[in-house]
Design a protein around this ligand. Structure first.
Ligand code: GDP
Ligand code: IMO
Ligand code: MG
Length: 428
């Protein structure tokens, strides 16, 4: 009864979509457990490129049931658009199941996200502007709108009115924006209700029954450990728990049902938005990584900040998520360097740190201490076995494995499904 969690180990965009898709054909359920359409997961299957924001990547695998768990926040316009685009490309989305407890992103959440960011000026987070933070805030404040609320008009109206009583004060008096009428929100949400209704399911029971029957459930993480609201570089984080524990709370599957936790790590580091990033490269080396890796956001198109691999960042994720395996992506992008620096410790005001400092201030002031590894120049995108990789590339992987303290079970050597070197099976 394997339960397998996929977690981003850096600041997102590690290639979680590709890693998830890799296992897709052997998986019975593929579940998104946190975040919303702030995620952008790219998959390349049979030469076709797909960008998923809300739908689980497993939707491309016909034998796997795609599920959106209770921990996800859903923008219904985006969900239906994504379904329509995939359907027009021949992908069957009719089996999608959506939790009745998942929260809904409304237009006032998107507006709040944008105005608070603009108001914050230099102190902004650099959010994706998709309404994620305000929707999770309403959830925690116990004034959110859930999927199940869409099926009772009077109840929905009361909830929207209560939320807008407060939001309109803030929007009009603080941000000088227009007053939002409850009717426009209620009408929009009701218009989605009928289409959504057949997808709504008791996803807790569905997944637990599946596990009882020996089915394989893959929990597809979005965002990453260092964007987690508890474990990340707060306040420069997202507003949910993308870490492994979030897979349990975000789906209603208990921790004893989890067999594997697979950390996805890029062979270097990237980050989108504001916040500390010790190994960031602001020179031509960073530009080369960005150009070679095509490091531009799938969701917002923003250029990603790029830097060398940071073993303290991935090591902290390995510890807190109890990784059983790491899937290392984009090793092919590192071809062509004579030497590749890897961060093995930090210097903070003259003091060496071998682990992530406890304080965010120290993390912000950390200067990386690098170990320089030998690079390789061969194109590795055609390699399929570990032994096919140039020896220097093998050594790079082995050294990262030592530094992270977790075995590297898969290695990405290109964006498409088959461009992978499997060292250990991820599902046994
Ligand atoms: P996610 O958000 O973690 O799913 O990652 P994104 O899809 O946002 O970003 C990862 C990017 O790298 C996408 O464009 C993928 O197609 C691509 N990618 C994933 N794995 C590899 C790999 O091993 N090599 C190369 N060259 N590209 C990869
Ligand atoms: P995937 O799943 C990279 C970042 C945003 C911003 C911060 C908060 O593709 O890895 P939010 O809109 O969530 O309130 O923004 O988090 N962020 C991501 N960065 N990949 C993502 O998702 C991200 N989702 C959010 O850039 O810094
Ligand atoms: Mg992404």
């Amino acid at each position: 009864m394997p339960g397998i969690i996929v977690v981003g180990s850096q600041w997102g965009d590690e290639g979680k979509g590709k890693a998830t898709d890799q296992m897709g054909d052997r998986v019975d359920f593929c579940v998104r457990y946190s975040g919303g359409n702030n995620a952008g997961h790219t998959l390349v299957v049979d030469g076709e490129k797909y960008a998923m924001h809300l739908l689980p990547s497993g939707i491309l695998s016909p034998n796997s049931t795609p599920v959106i768990g209770n921990g996800v926040v859903i923008d219904l316009g985006v969900l239906f658009h994504e379904i329509d685009v995939l359907t027009s490309r021949g992908v069957d989305c009719s089996n999608l199941k959506v939790s009745s407890n998942a929260h809904i992103i409304t237009s006032y959440h998107r507006t709040m996200d944008k105005v608070t960011e603009r108001f914050a000026g230099k102190r902004r987070i650099g959010t994706t502007g998709r309404g994620i933070g305000p929707t999770y805030s309403d959830k925690i404040n116990r004034m959110g709108i859930r999927v199940q609320d869409l099926f009772d008009e009077e109840h929905l109206r009361q909830k929207v009115e209560a939320a807008l009583d407060q939001k309109n004060q803030i929007l009009v008096k603080i941000y000088n924006r227009r007053h939002i009428e409850p009717d426009e929100i209620v009408e929009e949400l009701l218009s989605y209700g009928e289409r959504l209704r057949p997808m709504v399911a008791d996803t807790v029971r569905l997944l637990n029954d599946g596990l009882d029957e020996g089915k394989i459930v893959l929990f597809e993480g979005a965002q990453a450990h260092h964007l987690d609201v508890d474990h990340g570089t707060y306040p420069y984080v997202t507003s949910s728990n993308p870490t492994a524990g979030g897979a349990c709370t975000g789906t209603g599957v208990g921790p004893t049902r989890i067999n594997r936790v697979i950390g996805i790590a890029k062979a270097y580091t990237t980050r989108v938005g504001e916040g500390p990033f010790p190994t960031e490269l602001l020179d031509e080396a960073g530009e080369k990584l960005r150009a070679d890796g095509g490091e531009f956001g799938v969701t917002t198109g923003r250029p990603r900040r790029c830097g060398w691999f940071d073993a303290l960042v991935v090591g902290a994720s390995a510890t807190a998520n109890a990784f059983t395996d790491v899937f290392l992506t984009k090793l092919d992008i590192l071809s062509g360097w004579d030497r590749i620096p890897v961060c093995v410790a930090y210097d903070v005001d003259g003091v060496r740190h071998d682990h992530l400092p406890m304080s965010q201030q120290d993390f912000t002031n950390a200067t990386p201490i690098y170990e320089e590894l030998d690079g390789w120049h061969e194109d590795i995108s055609g390699c399929r076995e570990f032994a096919d990789l140039p020896v220097k590339a093998q050594d790079y992987v082995k050294r990262l494995e030592e530094l992270i303290g977790t075995r590297i079970s898969g290695i990405g050597v290109g964006p498409s499904r088959e461009q992978t070197v499997m060292v250990h099976d991820l599902i046994d």
